[in-house]
Design a protein. Structure first.
Length: 313
């Protein structure tokens, strides 16, 4: 039985992470780390107000880091050095250097380190990877992913996302990171990146839109466009090749359309459950980790380069 602690009892923890741990038969919600112990009462489990206290318990095996981005690196590194396995919310860190240090410490300690890029576990994304390898659209040449919506800063549980000191960036960090990671999962290690960030409608301290173009060694060009100023919601994913097109739109939906085929492959009802299951498999040596820190690092690599001004090295 893998004893988990969760750091932070926010929206994602309550709706997905904690229920996923409770549903995974080889896992146990051993405790929670929160500044407000009252939040832990409904779960009838141990509660600590500091991570130091929680990590001193030898019965803790795995840590889920569900805090704002600025805490990901220090809390992950502290947990790894305490001998715990770590699954961290996305994006991995505030910058490439932090992400690299997290991967390095995981290697040094020999602990399992994963990042919550759960879309890698979507059945249709897995199937798309198979079809691309089989040549279903010939040679892939361009992939376009968009995620547009309206960010309401009055939602108190999300207001931290517009503070760069807490979140690192705006939609580039929040929603583009998932789509950049999907591209990396499908097409491998990125080679070059350009990005354009601006504030068109909302004049937050972070951008309200970002467009990123990624070049892959195989010749694929990935384009990710994310916006917090659109009242028309979009969640598009299309991959074009020399012999056809693959459509996964909406990315969070079940449909996968490609030349000669249409499949309905819905994700798990709890999007975090397959990720928790895969993480436990990896800890137990039964399967490779699909969203490892090592592979997830490349999303931070892309994000950092997307924010560079023209002419910067």
């Amino acid at each position: 039985m893998l004893n988990w602690i969760v750091i932070g009892i926010g929206d994602i923890s309550v709706r997905r992470v904690i229920p996923a741990i409770q549903a995974e038969t080889r896992s146990r919600l051993y405790g929670l780390v929160t500044r407000d112990p009252a939040k832990a009462v409904p779960y009838n489990t141990r509660a600590w107000t500091t991570l130091d206290e929680a990590l001193s318990d030898p019965e803790v095996h795995a840590v889920y880091v569900a805090t704002p981005v600025f805490l990901h690196a220090p809390q992950t590194i502290q947990s790894l050095r305490a001998g715990k396995h770590v699954l961290c919310e996305k994006p991995t860190a505030m910058n490439e250097a932090e992400a690299r240090s997290m991967v390095q410490i995981a290697e040094e300690t020999g602990r399992t380190f994963g990042v919550a890029y759960y879309r890698r576990m979507y059945p249709k994304v897995q199937r798309a990877k198979q079809l691309l390898a089989a040549g279903a659209i010939g040679q892939p040449v361009v992939a376009e992913l968009t995620c547009h919506g309206w960010f309401d800063e009055s939602e108190s549980h999300r207001s931290w996302l517009i503070d760069p000191a807490l979140a690192g960036g705006g939609p580039l960090y929040d929603v583009a990171s998932h789509r950049i990671d999907v591209l990396n999962f499908l097409f491998g290690q990125p080679a070059r990146v350009t990005g354009h960030l601006s504030n068109v409608v909302h004049h937050y301290a972070v951008e309200d839109n970002a467009t990123v173009m990624i070049e892959y060694p195989g010749g694929v060009r990935g384009i990710v466009d994310v916006r917090w100023h659109s009242k028309v919601a979009r969640d598009e994913c299309r991959i074009r090749g020399t012999e056809g097109e693959m459509d996964l739109s909406p990315l969070n939906g079940p449909d996968l359309i490609y030349p000669g085929g249409r499949e309905n492959l819905p994700p798990h009802a709890n999007l975090h459950y397959p990720m928790i299951e895969n993480f436990v498999d990896a800890v137990l040596g039964k399967a490779p980790l699909l969203a490892s820190g090592t592979s997830s690092f490349w999303t931070d690599w892309v994000t950092e380069r997307a924010q560079r001004k023209p002419g910067m090295a």
